[in-house]
Ligand binder design. Structure first.
Ligand SMILES: [Zn+2]
Ligand SMILES: [Zn+2]
Length: 408
């Protein structure tokens, strides 16, 4: 018996009911559920291949998705209509499928999800003719090796995730054999494989199985720090050193700001140089040739180095950070990014410890000093008032009242 499921949720038997303008989707015979933290595109690929069809044709004919689905980033772009169609074809709940998309990070990792264009913390995959030319898709080869049904995790698209929290090894962002970006959905493109012979773990260019690779281990201290960040996404709050609880949005905004400082090739690069020097490492320029370059665009090894520096800066917060800023002769104004607001937990420390501006007395303070000087018969000139307030002034002996300053 074949059932048809309309996208508005009505079930009715095949052949019954009238044809309508609504898209009618057949309930698939094989419907694997998304696994723990599985990425939407990974689930789509497994769904298509387990039903013995090629991915692109399957999405068009079975799921009624638009032709442009794989010409862009489906994990960022999947909207309510796509989710509804996928849910209708598989009998899964829309909430279950929505949790596989990157838009589900909204409110935890960033304030507003950006479907197209530059997105904070989400690495770009760079799609051209359904192929990927950037290295925004990462994977842990050990996780893939252990999976009964290998799949790609959603957090592998987050820029600060550079090591596997479970295995403590660096993630892979390119094929170890040919260097091509990880592009698991291309396994059946222009090939004569039957879909059930496709492997999601195989490089789409040279066909190497990524599970054969052995990734280098990451430092345990760094893996712990990164696990805390991952937990902050789930709980939506974090704890600063000193046991100050903070919302995850403000916390991640501040970390992003610090990573910009650490990775920039402007004057703030001196902090990076000093941190590396203290670890007996050579300083290096990051590939930030233009202001359009972002932390999310960096390859996994560059991000790993910068994230390790971030771990050192965040330890003993804010004292170590301020110490390195002082050593690098950096003030608050040189660390600020005035194009976007800086979270309070970071700006308050910079304002308090790294503010090189001279003291600016308020109008009320000036009036009070003027009143005092006038009452004691001393000069009320602007210069003398500034001197009494400890602000900048011109020293000359003729200024009346200079020698008469009482001890206070
Ligand atoms: Zn792993
Ligand atoms: Zn390859």
């Amino acid at each position: 018996m074949i059932f048809w499921l309309r996208s508005d949720g009505w079930n009715h038997q095949s052949g019954l009911g009238t044809r309508s303008r609504l898209v009618v989707t057949q309930l698939l015979l094989i419907r694997p559920r998304p696994q723990e933290d599985e990425l939407f595109s990974s689930w789509l690929v497994r769904l298509a291949w387990s039903n013995g069809e090629k991915l692109h044709v399957f999405c068009r004919n079975r799921l009624k998705m638009s032709r442009g689905t794989w010409y862009r980033d489906p994990d960022r772009l999947a909207g309510p209509e796509t989710i509804k169609l996928s849910a209708a074809a598989t009998g899964l709940s829309e909430d279950c499928l929505l949790a596989t998309t990157l838009s589900n990070y909204e409110g935890a990792l960033y304030e507003r999800h950006v479907r197209d264009g530059v997105a904070r913390w989400i690495m770009p995959i760079g799609v051209k003719n359904r192929s990927r030319y950037l290295h925004g898709q990462q994977c842990c080869v050990d996780c893939l090796r252990e999976d009964a049904a290998p799949y790609f995790r959603r957090f592998w698209r987050v820029a600060f995730m550079v090591a596997c929290p479970r295995h403590g090894r660096l993630l892979l962002d390119a094929c170890p054999s040919c260097g091509a970006p990880v592009s698991f959905h291309e396994g059946d493109f222009a090939r004569r494989f039957t879909s059930d012979a496709c492997l999601i773990t195989r490089c789409s260019h040279c066909l190497m199985d990524l599970r054969q690779h052995v990734a280098p281990a990451a430092e345990p201290e760094f893996v712990r720090f990164q696990s805390d960040l991952a937990a902050a996404i789930t709980t939506r709050w974090s704890v600063l050193p000193g046991d100050t609880a903070i919302y995850s949005l403000a916390f991640f905004d501040g970390l992003h700001h610090l990573l910009r400082v650490l990775s920039s090739n402007t004057k703030t690069r001196h902090i990076r140089t000093l941190l590396l020097h203290d670890e007996s490492q050579f300083a290096f320029p990051t590939p930030f040739a233009t202001s359009a370059m972002r932390f999310e665009n960096l390859r996994v090894h560059d991000r790993y180095v910068l994230m390790k520096l971030l771990v050192r800066v965040m330890a003993d917060w804010p004292w170590r950070f301020c110490e390195y800023c002082h050593r690098a002769h950096l003030s608050r104004s040189e660390l600020m990014d005035y194009r976007r607001p800086c979270p309070y937990w970071l700006e308050s420390e910079m304002k308090w410890h790294l503010n090189n501006h001279s003291y600016h007395p308020s109008v009320a303070e000036r009036q009070a000093v003027k009143g005092y000087l006038s009452a004691h018969g001393m000069s009320c000139s602007t210069n003398n008032v500034a001197r009494w307030l400890g602000a900048w002034y011109v020293s000359h002996g003729k200024e009346r009242g200079l020698a008469e300053k009482p001890a206070c």
